[in-house]
Design a protein around this ligand. Structure first.
Ligand code: OSB
Ligand code: MG
Length: 367
């Protein structure tokens, strides 16, 4: 396969409601879309880089620059397979969200060229994937309970709630009291310090499925110290950028579960390697979300079809985020809280070119 053209687009999409985490509020999403032309076959990818460098150091601006000036020249015009791309991009250190946007687009093109579903090409075995929701920090406990009720009415299998200092024990306690049997977990996005272990230990009483990324975004060691003091499993998100960190975290006992995000790890090839490593070490994984548009969401669904994605992920229906998505059909969740893995070639959803065009604020075509 040879790549002839790369089109970078920045689209703006308004979330139906603002999403608050311990590091900030997201409202209007700026999303970088990547389209490759592989000898006439199009492939689509999405960068999960944020508007600001608060979840990770990458932003839409850095991803655009790295894609245009470094990553594209490394693959342009070369005879390559989708499985080669991750290693070709290795000279660039980090910038995994930029890499993933390009790498996943090439996987989509490859699958389309073969007339195969991307999930199948990746080796996925699930026909449907279990879904959870991620609920942002709410102004009141009443509002939080209403959000949970709404998600449960939609069939979702587990609820994740964002926490931060001052909005943790009380709202989660109230939620547990209201829903004694709910599959519940929390995500702190690195808002705590090891010195607050006694406070975090209080979460043990709520029998959570896991606590996601309580401590420093790059601090695996402190998570190992915390995990020894907690009964609740720790799940790492921000800390795990590559296979070596996953191996270290597992071996020193820093987590019992890993959240895999395509953007954070750099694309389908590294995600699959991490999935395989975790499977060999009996560490279950699930697919995280980054408030993606339909294109990133479709890639998440394909990846989630791999066998060790055994826990419900943060991949949920388009209509939880957007008044109108940019793909057809939109991503829908069944009343059992599952998404059917599409069998059409590539990502299995069609980008709506007219809609993408009208949302585009910036475009650059690289030949
Ligand atoms: O930590 O998983 C996270 C959103 C933006 C940045 C980080 C995270 C999240 C979410 C939302 O939890 C998941 C989603 O619904 O897409
Ligand atoms: Mg997280």
């Amino acid at each position: 396969m040879k790549l002839r053209r790369l089109t970078l687009r920045e689209i703006h999409l308004s979330l139906l409601s603002p999403f608050e985490t311990s590091f900030g509020i997201s409202d209007l999403r700026r999303i970088l879309l990547v389209e490759v032309d592989a000898q006439g076959v199009p492939g689509w990818g999405e960068s999960t880089a944020g508007e600001n460098p608060f979840y990770s150091y990458e932003t839409v601006e850095t991803a655009w620059l790295i894609l245009r000036d470094y990553l594209w020249p490394m693959v342009r015009g070369k005879e390559l397979e989708a499985t080669d791309v991750w290693d070709l991009l290795a000279p660039v250190r980090g910038h995994n969200m930029a890499k993933a946007a390009l790498e996943t687009a090439i996987w989509d093109a490859k699958a389309k060229q073969k007339g195969a579903a991307l999930a199948e090409l990746l080796g996925g075995t699930r026909e449907e994937i279990p879904c959870g929701v991620s609920i942002g920090i709410q102004p009141t406990t009443t509002a939080l309970i209403a959000k949970v009720e709404q998600a449960l009415a939609g069939g979702y299998q587990r609820i994740k709630v964002k926490i931060k200092p001052g909005l943790d024990i009380q709202p989660i306690g109230a939620l547990r009291e209201r829903f004694p049997r709910l599959c519940l977990m929390v995500d702190a996005n690195s808002a705590y310090r090891l010195e607050e272990a006694t406070l975090l230990k209080q979460l043990d009483q709520f029998h959570l499925m896991m606590i996601e990324q309580p401590l420093g975004w790059d601090d695996i060691y402190s998570h190992a110290q915390l995990q020894r003091r907690l009964e609740t499993p720790i799940c790492l998100d921000e800390c795990i950028h590559d296979l070596e960190q996953a191996r270290a975290a597992i071996e020193i006992g820093a987590c019992r579960i890993i959240n895999i995000k395509l953007g954070r790890v750099g694309g389908h090839t590294p995600a699959r390697r991490m999935h395989d490593l975790c499977q060999a070490k009996s560490i279950p994984v699930w697919c995280g979300g980054m408030l993606e548009s339909g294109i990133g969401r479709a890639h998440n669904i394909a990846m989630s079809s791999l066998a060790n994605f055994s826990l419900p992920g943060d991949v949920s229906a388009s209509r939880r985020y957007w008044a109108e998505d940019i793909i057809e059909p939109e991503v829908e969740v069944s009343s059992q809280g599952t998404i059917c893995v599409p069998s059409a070639p590539g990502i299995g959803y069609t980008p709506r070119l007219d809609r993408i065009e009208s949302l585009t604020k910036r475009r650059e075509v690289l030949e």
